[in-house]
Ligand binder design. Structure first.
Ligand SMILES: Cc1ncc(C[n+]2csc(CCOP(=O)(O)OP(=O)(O)O)c2C)c(N)n1
Length: 387
């Protein structure tokens, strides 16, 4: 299906507001609306998009379109059930959900369960849905019916979008930062200065993949790195949980600007613990680089100032390798919760690999490096240094 045809039929049916969080599977749609839609907002998380759509409806009487990867459904459950639901305010909106992990199709481990339960989650929430047919002419009456349904019931309606449904549309207004520093080189620069006892929790997408590849290149194991393959926006909380229990280790969160913004409240909590060993690094390319380089709002904000205002003790911001190398020793030795922003260019190398191990193998290795075993493992308490 041509993305333009789909967009036009939404417009003809009164959709004038689009919002959501980009998804690689909806890349062409996200790119098209980024380039062409007048009222388009990339929100910090998918729940925010439901809120924005509700506000748009209250102000105009027209439903908005909210797009997301299916992993974002979790972020919307509360506003869908306690705001837009027919038993609360009864507000219609059109959801477009990218179906990662569709059963029978190969996908990454973090998408498998989400793919299996996508339809069931919608059913449990009482949200009517259709899997959008690939052919536009076949899809047309189904789309018209969706609008009829929203008009009659004032309930949300969802289209589940399969991989490859939209013909390719290439983003014209790609995010371009003025910085030349490549994120993978920045990651390597940091990893080279960290010690053997340090712990890294990296965020979903290219950042974790680049951490993995950098270790491979440096001939090192992956035992120091928790590669958060899913759970966007929660890496700093994972790092906090570790740092609180292990004051003997420096814990580094390698975050993206999109992930940092997604659950911004976590930053205040990170700061409130006043830990000496919690260190937050943001690789800021002002974009959702991993899913198509659509802009984040990081370009309109000062992330380090936000962290300082939240209570972080120290903040650094660099834009090149020399400055990064210079500030790292001080950052590493800081005895307060601190943040280091590395402003980088967008993009990753095209042959960037993925971790070969399964996430649970990564977990086991990572825990063994913290002298821990899984909860159910026999002899756990005897093995543990913590108990
Ligand atoms: C809840 C949720 N919504 C959307 C996605 C899809 N997604 C994966 S990576 C990514 C972009 C992350 O951007 P950022 O943190 O800035 O890192 P970058 O890709 O730029 O390195 C998105 C939107 C997701 N994994 N989870």
């Amino acid at each position: 299906m041509q993305v333009q045809d789909f967009y036009n039929i939404l417009k003809e049916n009164g959709i004038s507001c689009l919002c959501g969080v980009p998804d690689s599977l909806l890349k062409s749609f996200c790119a098209y609306v980024t380039d062409n839609a007048q009222n388009h907002t990339i929100t910090a998380n998918e729940g925010n998009a439901i809120g924005l759509a509700a506000g748009h409806y209250l102000a105009t009487g027209n439903p908005a379109c909210v797009y997301m990867q299916n992993s974002g459904i979790g972020n919307c459950v509360n506003p869908l059930l306690s705001l837009t639901d027919e038993e609360v305010y009864n507000i219609p909106l059109l959801m477009l959900i990218g179906w990662r992990g569709e059963p029978g199709k190969h996908d990454e481990p973090q998408h498998v369960k989400q793919g299996k339960v996508t339809d069931k989650l919608l059913e449990a929430m009482g949200i009517k849905y259709e899997i959008l047919p690939e052919d536009f002419e076949t899809a047309k009456p189904i789309i018209q019916n969706a609008f009829k349904y929203m008009k009659e019931t004032l309930k949300p309606f969802a289209f589940i979008i399969r991989k490859g449904l939209f013909e390719e549309y290439k983003l014209i207004n790609k995010t371009k930062t003025p910085y030349e520093f490549a994120r993978e080189e920045a990651i390597e620069t940091v990893l080279k200065q960290l010690g053997a006892s340090d712990v890294i929790v990296s965020t979903t997408g290219h950042i974790s993949r680049e951490v993995y590849e950098t270790r491979e290149r440096m001939g090192q194991t992956h035992k120091q790195d928790f590669l958060t393959v899913g759970s966007m926006g929660h890496s700093s909380s994972i790092a906090l949980g570790i740092a609180m229990e292990r004051p003997d280790r420096n814990v580094y969160c390698f975050d993206g600007d999109g992930a940092f913004l997604m659950h911004q409240g976590a930053v205040v909590i990170n700061a409130s613990k006043k830990l000496k060993n919690f260190k937050h690094i943001i690789f800021n390319n002002e974009a959702h680089d991993s899913v198509g380089s659509q802009p984040t709002a990081a370009g309109c904000a000062n992330l380090t100032q936000m962290a300082l205002d939240a209570g972080y003790g120290k903040a650094y911001s660099v834009t090149n390798k020399e400055d990064l190398q210079k500030v790292l020793p001080e950052f590493i030795n800081d005895k307060c919760t601190s943040i280091l922003e590395v402003k980088v260019k967008c993009g990753a190398r095209p042959d960037l690999g993925r971790p070969k191990e399964k996430p649970w193998e990564n977990k086991k290795l990572f825990m063994s490096n913290l002298e821990q075993t899984d909860f159910f493992t026999e002899g756990r308490f005897a093995n543990s240094l913590m108990y």
